[in-house]
Structure formats: structure tokens, C-alpha cells
Design a protein around this ligand. Structure first.
Ligand code: FAD
Ligand code: FES
Length: 508
């Protein structure tokens, strides 16, 4: 079993090293689909851009995706209409359709070899429930989509386990890292650059300036494309309030070989909560399935191995022929109301986040909108994705999920394990324990190294938890994730967990 995304098997072409420039028109933080789309579009419009990436191109969630390109949002069309109105729902779906067209256009025009293919998408009744109730709801959803101008059809006997399904024409699949490599190639050079291993550690105002590895870079406009936004210059209080409207969820994926022709290439989701998603493509080596689900709020589940076990059991039920050879997980960021937050959060500072499971399309939409905002152009989606929009009536998720912070902040401090000693932690294990009155997060690598860290999340102080499946420290409050050595994997935390000196007592 390989424990990394299918896309990592593609070696990224090296990007020639570039020193950070003193000044650029637009600085972009993050080299995922959001940042690189913005950078490519702005460069094509004549701007000098610099993309700063703390790791390497495609190392973030774009490299962990299941790579469905679809305008069908995680939040059902009927729900969007109820929460907002018909125009908003139609515009949100149109944004996704335009994003797929834009990707296709860039791929064709700039000859990016990234396995882009148009395929149909299906949404079916829950695959693990025997009840066939709900087909009326799916038929209504198809009719609604057609009434708003989308090509949708209801099938009483759908392609997965015969579950009733709605099909949507003209969705697509792509190899995300090959696509990002093509975008990076477009951006780098002629006064613009993509700088890898270039973490932005500070953003200050007047003039707008980034600190990148000890160097200052001034810019006229800033795009924060870090999936979960950095605090930026919006001010800590405002940024923190914004971050509490975002809900990171962990999601799990299996990769499996399939007999050729068993399932037609395409995108398949069901309507379980959380839902299962399946993507099938064929290449020279045969058919391959990517199957995902078992989502939960990040940091909430300690035995994450059980998520993979349940996922495998479900896949075996729906496709007994599947030969699983890979697994991986990642984070999706849910918003408060089912639509992403895309736009300016402070003057000349642009953010795109809250994409849920539609981050390839909404990330592309963010790139288009960042381009328009930096050039002061009108944009049709500015109002509906405005990050400062009011909470819509009847949405309780922020209240329900928001109680996690006070709950964990207090309750996790009351748990004190004073009996376990750091030296008793086994390889691959992690535990929060109290040593000499101090709460520490201890883990041991497979090589036997004991690592002891501060256990309090550097975002707002909740106590982190060990994720045994991914070998990470996850925060149950707002979903920050840390590597065993304390480095930030995903925000909102921006500062690593500090090492704590611990001397293993001499046994003699
Ligand atoms: C398992 C899984 C399945 C998914 N399936 C789908 C799907 O089928 N379809 C779909 O549309 N979406 C899907 N998504 C969601 C989608 O992949 C993401 O929403 C999208 O890739 C986010 O892109 P991004 O560019 O905004 O962020 P990322 O790709 O995460 O890029 C952000 C980058 O910012 C960098 N960064 C962070 N902080 C700093 C800093 N201080 N300085 C410099 N760089 C920094 C990070 O290293 C990272 O590379 C899925 C996600 C997961 C995890
Ligand atoms: S992510 Fe907010 S306290 Fe940890």
C-alpha cells in the first residue's frame, strides 16, 4: 500500500531558483491552483507577479485532491436557492462551469499535457442504504438544474449499484500536479517568478510588504492563496473572526485498479452525509478509481485508521473487483453557508477560501476574480462570494461548529495524563501528557526518535491531538495541523509547535 496521493507519482519539472524581487505588481502567497491561476492570468495581462510557496508547487491540497472538475456544488442546488435565491445559486454554478471552460482553454492554448478530459458527472442516492426513497428529491433537483439552464437528466436506474441518479453533462477530470506544472511554467520568467521554499512570515502595510525568508518584497496588490488564509494585514481580531467562519474537515481517499470497462470514466458522488465520491479514469495501464469519503471535522477523530477501514469496506461493497493500492487524506474547508469566501478582506488584499470539495473549480474562480480585482475590473461573482457577506438566516452550522472552540479550550485542559512517561511512547504513536506540570505532545518516529513539543496550538491555544493515520498533530478547534516535528502543515496556525527539552532519565 502506498501512502501518498496518486498525483505525487508525477515528478514535477524543476523551477529555476529565483531570488525574491524587491518589488512586483502583484505578490501571491501559495502555489496551489488558486495562486497559480491568479498568477498566470495576471501575467498574461501584462503584470509582473511573484508567487511565494513555502514548500513546492502542488504540495498543498491541490496535490491531495480527488480531481473532479465539476460545477455541481457540495451544497445542493435546492439548498442554495432556499438559503440565498435563484440568481445566487445559478451564478455559483455558472462560476464553476466557466472555471472548467477556462482550464480547458488554458490547457489547449498553452499545450499543457495534464490528462484533461470532459466526462459526465452523476449524483446518486446513498450507496450504502437499501432504501430508494429520495429519488423524487433527485428528480426535482434535475428539473431545478434544467430550469436554471444546466444540462441535467434524472435516471431511475443509475450507474452505481442501480441507485437513482442525476447526470450532469460536461464535467471534467484532470491531473492536478501536471496542470500546476504547466501554470508554473507559464508564470516563471520575463520578470515574474515562482519561488519555492519561500515562506511568507510577515505581511505589513503602507507600503504593502511581505517578509520572505528574511527579505522584504514590496507589492501593489496581494493575493493570499494559502487555502486557509493567513492573518494578513486585516488585523488579528478581524482575521481571527474570519477564520472562525471556516471549518476544516479531514477527508480520506483510496486509489484502486479496476477492470477496464467496469465503470465508465466519470465523476460519481452520492447524497450520504458525509458523501462518498468516486472518480474513474482510463489510461495506458487500464482503469483506475479514486474513492473518498468518511469526512469529519479535523482533530475530532483520534482513530483515523478506522476511517480508512470503513472506506475500504464501502468500496468493496460497491465495487468488489477494486484492487486498492494507495491511500491518502487531506483537508477541505467548509464555509458557514455553503458558498466560498472570495474577495478583498482589506484594501489591496485578496483571499480565496471555504471551497469545500469544489476547490479546483472555486480555486480557479478565485484566480479569475483576483485578476479582475487587481486590475480594478468588474466581476459577476463579486457580490455572491463577498467574504464580508452577512450570515444567511437559518444557517446554524457556525453556531454549532463554533462551540468547539470554548468547549475544547476548557475540556481538553481538564484532561491530565500524568502517568504516561514520554519514554513509554511507541514508534508511530503520539500522546498528550503532563510532565513536570507542563502539558506536552510526545510522539516517536518509526526510527525511534522521541519528539516532545508544546501541546497548545499556536493559533488560539487549544490542545492538539495525535492523528495516528496521518502521523500529525491536529487541532480540534479550527483544524490546524502540525508535523511530528511541530512544523505547520495547514492553518489557521502560522507558527510551529515549539520543541520542549526532555531528557530521558537514565535507567541505571
Ligand atoms: C482528498 C481531497 C479531495 C478533494 N477533491 C476535490 C475534487 O474532487 N474537486 C475539487 O474541486 N476540489 C477537491 N478538493 C478540494 C481542493 O483540492 C482544494 O480546495 C484546492 O486544491 C485548494 O487549492 P488552493 O490553491 O486554494 O490551496 P493549496 O493547494 O493547499 O495551496 C496553498 C499553498 O499555500 C502554501 N502556503 C501556505 N502558507 C504559506 C506561507 N506562509 N508562505 C508561502 N506559502 C504558503 C502551501 O504550502 C500550499 O502549497 C479535495 C480536497 C481533498 C483534500
Ligand atoms: S486551530 Fe484554532 S486553536 Fe488550534
Amino acid at each position: 500500500m502506498i501512502h501518498e496521493p496518486l498525483w505525487q507519482a508525477h515528478a514535477m519539472p524543476p523551477i529555476p531558483a529565483a531570488a525574491p524581487p524587491d518589488h512586483v505588481d502583484v505578490a501571491i502567497i501559495g502555489a496551489g491552483i488558486t495562486g497559480l491561476t491568479a498568477a498566470a492570468l495576471l501575467k498574461l495581462s501584462g503584470k509582473r507577479v511573484a508567487v511565494f510557496e513555502k514548500d513546492t508547487v502542488g504540495s498543498g491540497e491541490t496535490g491531495h485532491t480527488s480531481a473532479h472538475l465539476t460545477y455541481v456544488t457540495d451544497t445542493r442546488l435546492g439548498t442554495l436557492i432556499k438559503r440565498f435565491d435563484e440568481d445566487t445559486a445559478r451564478l455559483a454554478w455558472e462560476a464553476g462551469a466557466v472555471a472548467i471552460n477556462l482550464i480547458e482553454g488554458i490547457v489547449t492554448e498553452h499545450r499543457i499535457d495534464c490528462d484533461f478530459h470532459r466526462v459526465p458527472g452523476f449524483v446518486c442516492n446513498p450507496v450504502m442504504e437499501e432504501e430508494e426513497e429520495g429519488s423524487t428529491a433527485l428528480a426535482a433537483e434535475a428539473a431545478l438544474a434544467r430550469s436554471l439552464g444546466f444540462t441535467a437528466a434524472f435516471h431511475a436506474l443509475g450507474p452505481i449499484r442501480g441507485r437513482p441518479a442525476v447526470s450532469y453533462a460536461d464535467q471534467a477530470i484532470i491531473h492536478p500536479r501536471k496542470y500546476l506544472a504547466g501554470l508554473a511554467r507559464l508564470v516563471h520568467g520575463d520578470g515574474s517568478c515562482v519561488c519555492e521554499h519561500a515562506e511568507v512570515t510577515e505581511i505589513s502595510d503602507e507600503p504593502l510588504t511581505l517578509t520572505v525568508g528574511g527579505t522584504s518584497v514590496q507589492c501593489d496588490y496581494l493575493v493570499i492563496a494559502t487555502h486557509v488564509p493567513l492573518a494578513g494585514v486585516a488585523g488579528t481580531v478581524r482575521a481571527t473572526l474570519f477564520q472562525t467562519k471556516l471549518f476544516p474537515h479531514s477527508t480520506y481517499v483510496l486509489g484502486a485498479r479496476l477492470p477496464s470497462g467496469l465503470v465508465a470514466p466519470g465523476l460519481y458522488n452520492d447524497t450520504s452525509d458525509p458523501y462518498y465520491y468516486l472518480r474513474v479514469h482510463e489510461d495506458a495501464t487500464g482503469a483506475y478509481a479514486i474513492f473518498g469519503g468518511e469526512d469529519h471535522k479535523t482533530g475530532k477523530v483520534e482513530n483515523t485508521e478506522a476511517c480508512y477501514d470503513r472506506l475500504q469496506a464501502t468500496l468493496t461493497t460497491i465495487l468488489p473487483e477494486a484492487q486498492v493500492d494507495r491511500r491518502w487524506s487531506g483537508q477541505v474547508i467548509e464555509s458557514n453557508d455553503g458558498l466560498p469566501y472570495i474577495g478583498e478582506t482589506a484594501a489591496r488584499q485578496f483571499v480565496g477560501t471555504g471551497f469545500a470539495g469544489n476547490g479546483l473549480t472555486f480555486g480557479t474562480v478565485s484566480g479569475m476574480m483576483a485578476h479582475d480585482a487587481a486590475l480594478n475590473l468588474a466581476n459577476p461573482w463579486k457580490k455572491i462570494f463577498n467574504p464580508s457577506r452577512q450570515d444567511v438566516a437559518g444557517v446554524v452550522s457556525s453556531v454549532r461548529e463554533g462551540i468547539d472552540y470554548p468547549l475544547h479550550y476548557i475540556a481538553d485542559r481538564l484532561r491530565t495524563d500524568r502517568k504516561t512517561l514520554p519514554e513509554s511512547i511507541e514508534p508511530g504513536q503520539g500522546k498528550v501528557i503532563v510532565v513536570e506540570g507542563r502539558r506536552v505532545a510526545c510522539s516517536r518516529t518509526d526510527n525511534g526518535e522521541l519528539i516532545v513539543l508544546e501541546a497548545e496550538c499556536t493559533h488560539m491555544g487549544c490542545v492538539v491531538r495525535w492523528n495516528v493515520g496521518e502521523q500529525t498533530w491536529d487541532c480540534p478547534c479550527h483544524g490546524s495541523r502540525f508535523a511530528p516535528d511541530g512544523a505547520v502543515i495547514g492553518g489557521p496556525a502560522e507558527t510551529p509547535l515549539q520543541r520542549v527539552e526532555y531528557l530521558v532519565p537514565d535507567a541505571t
